[in-house]
Structure formats: structure tokens, C-alpha cells
Design a protein around this ligand. Structure first.
Ligand code: FAD
Ligand code: NAP
Length: 460
């Protein structure tokens, strides 16, 4: 190997990209690492996915912050790889590239009526309430009765955020436009639908229990939705997590109490969506009752149940976006790879290109899982570098030449120091309102504050 450090571009400053950069920086090879991020703010879904009323989880940002604050990993924000710079540009400047772009949109769902007004993807709603700069500033909260399809943790977040009274969110960092929208929300009933049984829901125990503690919101489950087959029994006996979730749901169905709250979350199971009803906009949802077949999967019974709802949120999983210049698996929604080594259509590893995080293995797993994932990818990168498996010519110029290209193209990139300016601005905004932080949403304003430039004060 040549004497100069290995220059590496990591794409995406979510947990996967930051952990990968950190593990690589601490490896036994000398490196020079640039971390590209499309937004002026780092931290990915921790900032733009984790619900605002989960401050404990948002605290993971403190650990990620410490990694980037060291200064050996350079953040280059507000740069979209595939648009502002191409993969080819990066190959010209770096020895290796690690793709950690996560999953940014909803998994498609093909049922009649899915395109009606009032039918929304959960990812879009989450991006709105978490103040993502690339999403609309207003959200049509007009429905009194709402359906949420899916029984994963995103469905729980969406149902809770829809049902929670805005005063209970004022301690959080929600931007002003989100507060305004939520104050006009007339919702009374949120119906969450799972297509399988209680032992197949994908909620985690803590998150489910939390739902039962939301002020002035009752959680209602139904006895007729409880069924267990052999697969269910196996799932309960082999996973403590499943056991806890089933226990919580069972406690709720057994309790004998009057529901007096002004808002309700109904958890329905064993019902699969057939059609979203309505002519111009959502007027209802048709579900089919299902039955377990033995291994935890279900089949339809032909019995239909219609629910009057005026909005439907599809929380059936996330999906990644392709990056121009790289292969993409349209079915799984990932960049094809073998343990993080990105594969060309013929199945060969593309030298010097790696993937990690949700874009590597799909949109499942908690933040912590991106760390072990990064360990595997970086293990292979280091192994390949030592084996001389990719281009590592002595003259590669890395960071300075790359930022020169960005300057020449007029791209207003941001840096770690810029993030610290934006962070100080958001904290000060929060202090003015007696809150810890208030997010700035407008991308141009975020970039201007980060770059120490004048801005027109438009915060969202
Ligand atoms: C709604 C929601 C709530 C969640 N809540 C929790 C929770 O409470 N606790 C928990 O443990 N896990 C939670 N998760 C899971 C957690 O967010 C993921 O495990 C984790 O964020 C995946 O990390 P990642 O880095 O792969 O992707 P991401 O976090 O999505 O990061 C990818 C980064 O890449 C950037 N990027 C994308 N494309 C480009 C491009 N072309 N050029 C440059 N940059 C690009 C993005 O802007 C983003 O910053 C939640 C997930 C969702 C969807
Ligand atoms: N607080 C937290 O810790 C938190 C918060 C949010 C997200 N996360 C994590 O982020 C990851 C992604 O969460 P997620 O909720 O998006 O995904 P998920 O856990 O995979 O849940 C997706 C849900 O959608 C259902 N579904 C999929 N296709 C469907 C269809 N066609 N019709 C009806 N239902 C359908 C699935 O049912 P089947 O099982 O039957 O397929 C499942 O219940 C998970 O690992 C989650 O734990 C964590």
C-alpha cells in the first residue's frame, strides 16, 4: 500500500455513516475521511425520524456528536450525492466510497384507492412533524377518524403523534409550523390495523406500553382479534420481547374499565386492508378478516368489515432511493451487496464501493444495529485495502480538491463548524420560548446560518 492515508468518502451522516466513519478512523490503517450529507444537519433519522416525544432516544445524538466533534472526520453537508456530485466525481477523488444513505420513503402499497386524497405515507407525515426541510410545511389534519395500516413501531409513532394533544408536545423540539398544524387536528379515533395476530405484531414492548400512558387518550383492543396458532406459541416461547408485547395487549383486552378520554387509539388485529373507499377523497377503509394458518401467517376469510375514516396512513415499512451511478435492487429497495461489498449486476464486487445501514440490509432495526452493521462493512473495507484490492494511487487528492469542485459548481456546502452555528441558533430559539430547542426547517435558512451568511429570518 502507498504511504499516504487511504482517502474515503462516506455518503450519509445518519447513524450508519457516522458509526462507519468512526470505526474506520479507529482502525489500524491511516485514513482521511469525508462525510457527505444531503442536508445541512447531520444525524439522519435520529433527527428526522425518531418522534419528537422520544427525547431519550434523540439523546443518541450526543454520542454521534462526540464522534464528529473530534475533528478527524470532516462533514460536508448540503450536498446531494448523485446530483451535486456524481459517484464518478467521488471515484476521481477518493480511494473508497461507503454508501450509508438509509431509507427515505414509504414502501409502495398496491390496493385500490391508495391514491385518493387523504391517503398518506407514514414517511411523509413523519418528515413533516420532524421538520424535514424537503417536505411541505403544512399537513392536512382534517379527519376525525383515521386508519393507520401496519403494526410496527412507525405505526405506533404515527398513531401516537396523531392522537396526542399538542400541549403534551410543547416540551419537545417540534417546529412552530408543526405545533400550529397539530392545534387544528380534530381527530377523535385512530384505528391501527395489523393483518396477523397478537404474536405477530412488530411493536417493541416499551413503545407499546408507552401508548397506554398518553394523557387523555384511551387505547382499546378487541377480544375477537385474539388468536394464537402453533407459530404464535413458538414466537411467544422463543422471544421475551414477543411475550411482553402479547402480555400488554392481553392485559388491555382483559381490563374492565370505562373509556372516558376525548381521543381513542383502537388496535385491531387479524384484518388485512382490501380497499380504501371513496370517490374523490378517503371516506372509509374495507378490511378483510384473516385467520392464522399454523405458522404465524394468515389467509383471508372472505368476511369484510368497513370502517368510516377520512384519512389513511400507510405505515408498512420504508424504502431506499437509488443513487445515480450505482446498482439498485428495485424489489428489496437496497443497494445489492455481500456483507457490505457493493455488487455489480453480474455479481462481482465493485472495487472500492461499500454499503452500510438501512441501504445495505433494508429498513429494519434499531439505531444500535447500524453499529454492528458498520463493523462488518468496515472489516471488509480494511481487509480489501490491505490486500490491495482497490485503487490507491499515490496522487489522489481528496478533501481540498473535492471542496474546490463544490466551490466551482456554486454548491453551498456546510461544515461541522457550520452545524455548531445552526445548533446554537436552534438552542437560542428554544430558550426564547422556554423550550430546549426549536428546529429550523427552511433549507436555505439552515444553510445560510451554517455558513455565517445573512438570511431573511424565514425559519419554516
Ligand atoms: C419514523 C422512524 C422512527 C424511528 N425511531 C427509532 C427509535 O425511536 N429508536 C431506534 O433505535 N430506532 C428508530 N428508528 C430506526 C433508526 O432510525 C434507523 O435504525 C437508523 O436511522 C438507520 O440509520 P441509517 O444511517 O442507515 O439511515 P438514516 O438515519 O436514514 O441516515 C441516512 C442519511 O443519508 C443522507 N442521504 C440520503 N441520500 C443522500 C444522498 N444522495 N447524498 C448525501 N446524503 C444522503 C440522509 O439525509 C440521512 O441523513 C426509527 C426509524 C423511523 C423510520
Ligand atoms: N421507538 C422505536 O424504537 C422505533 C420507532 C420507529 C421505528 N423503529 C424501527 O424502525 C424499523 C422500521 O419500522 P416500521 O414500523 O417501518 O417497519 P416494521 O417493523 O417492519 O413494520 C411494518 C408493518 O407493516 C405491516 N405491513 C407490511 N405490508 C403490509 C400490507 N401490505 N398490508 C398490511 N400490513 C402490512 C407489517 O405486517 P407483517 O408483519 O404482517 O408483514 C408490519 O406490521 C423497525 O425495526 C422498528 O423497530 C423503532
Amino acid at each position: 500500500m502507498s504511504a499516504r492515508p487511504l482517502s474515503v468518502a462516506v455518503i450519509g451522516a445518519g447513524p450508519a455513516g457516522i458509526y462507519a466513519a468512526d470505526i474506520l478512523a479507529k482502525s489500524d490503517i491511516e485514513t482521511s475521511i469525508d462525510l457527505f450529507e444531503r442536508l445541512p444537519a447531520p444525524f439522519g433519522l435520529v433527527r428526522y425520524g425518531v418522534a419528537p416525544d422520544h427525547p431519550r432516544i434523540k439523546q443518541i445524538i450526543v454520542a454521534l456528536y462526540k464522534i464528529l466533534q473530534r475533528g478527524d472526520i470532516r462533514l460536508i453537508g448540503n450536498v446531494i450525492v448523485g446530483e451535486d456530485v456524481t459517484i464518478e466525481d467521488l471515484q476521481d477523488h477518493y480511494d473508497a466510497i461507503i454508501i450509508a444513505t438509509g431509507s427515505d420513503k414509504d414502501s409502495p402499497m398496491e390496493i385500490p384507492g391508495v391514491d385518493l386524497e387523504g391517503s398518506y405515507g407514514a414517511a411523509d407525515f413523519v418528515s413533516w412533524y420532524d421538520g424535514h426541510p424537503d417536505y411541505p410545511r403544512t399537513w392536512p389534519l382534517e379527519a376525525k377518524e383515521i386508519a393507520v395500516i401496519g403494526v410496527g413501531n412507525v405505526a405506533l409513532d404515527v398513531a401516537r403523534m396523531l392522537a396526542k394533544h399538542p400541549d403534551d408536545l410543547m416540551v419537545t423540539e417540534i417546529p412552530e409550523n408543526v405545533e400550529k398544524g397539530l392545534r387544528e387536528n380534530p381527530v377523535t379515533d385512530v384505528h391501527v390495523f395489523g393483518r396477523r395476530g397478537p404474536a405477530q405484531v412488530k411493536f417493541t414492548p416499551l413503545e407499546l406500553r408507552e401508548l397506554g400512558k398518553v394523557p387523555d387518550v384511551d387505547v382499546i383492543v378487541y377480544e375477537e382479534d385474539f388468536d394464537f396458532d402453533e407459530g404464535s406459541q413458538e414466537a411467544i416461547s422463543s422471544s421475551n420481547q414477543t411475550k411482553q408485547v402479547v402480555n400488554t395487549l392481553t392485559d388491555w383486552v382483559m381490563r374492565d374499565e370505562e373509556f372516558t378520554a376525548s381521543r381513542r387509539i383502537h388496535i385491531h388485529m387479524m384484518q388485512s386492508p382490501v380497499e380504501i373507499l371513496g370517490t374523490d377523497r378517503v371516506e372509509g377503509i374495507r378490511m378483510e378478516r384473516t385467520e392464522l394458518v399454523g405458522d404465524g401467517s394468515v389467509r383471508g376469510t372472505g368476511e369484510h368489515i368497513d370502517y368510516p375514516v377520512q384519512a389513511v396512513y400507510r405505515a408498512v415499512g420504508y424504502f431506499s432511493s437509488p443513487i445515480k451511478g450505482l446498482p439498485f435492487d428495485d424489489v428489496r429497495g437496497i443497494i445489492p451487496n455481500e456483507e457490505g461489498r457493493v455488487l455489480a449486476p453480474g455479481g462481482d464486487h465493485i472495487p472500492g464501493i461499500y454499503a452500510t445501514g438501512w441501504v445495505k440490509r433494508g429498513p429494519v432495526g434499531l439505531i444500535g444495529s447500524t453499529k454492528s452493521d458498520a463493523r462488518e462493512t468496515i472489516g471488509h473495507l480494511v481487509e480489501d485495502a490491505k490486500a490491495g484490492k482497490f485503487n490507491h494511487e499515490p496522487v489522489r487528492s481528496g478533501h481540498d480538491a473535492m471542496t474546490k469542485v463544490l466551490d466551482e459548481r456554486g454548491i453551498k456546502y456546510t461544515t461541522w463548524q457550520g452545524w455548531e452555528l445552526l445548533e446554537a441558533f436552534e438552542l437560542a430559539l428554544g430558550e426564547d420560548q422556554g423550550r430546549e430547542r426549536v428546529k429550523v426547517v427552511e433549507r436555505d435558512t439552515m444553510a445560510a446560518i451554517s455558513r455565517g451568511e445573512d438570511h431573511d429570518g424565514k425559519l419554516y
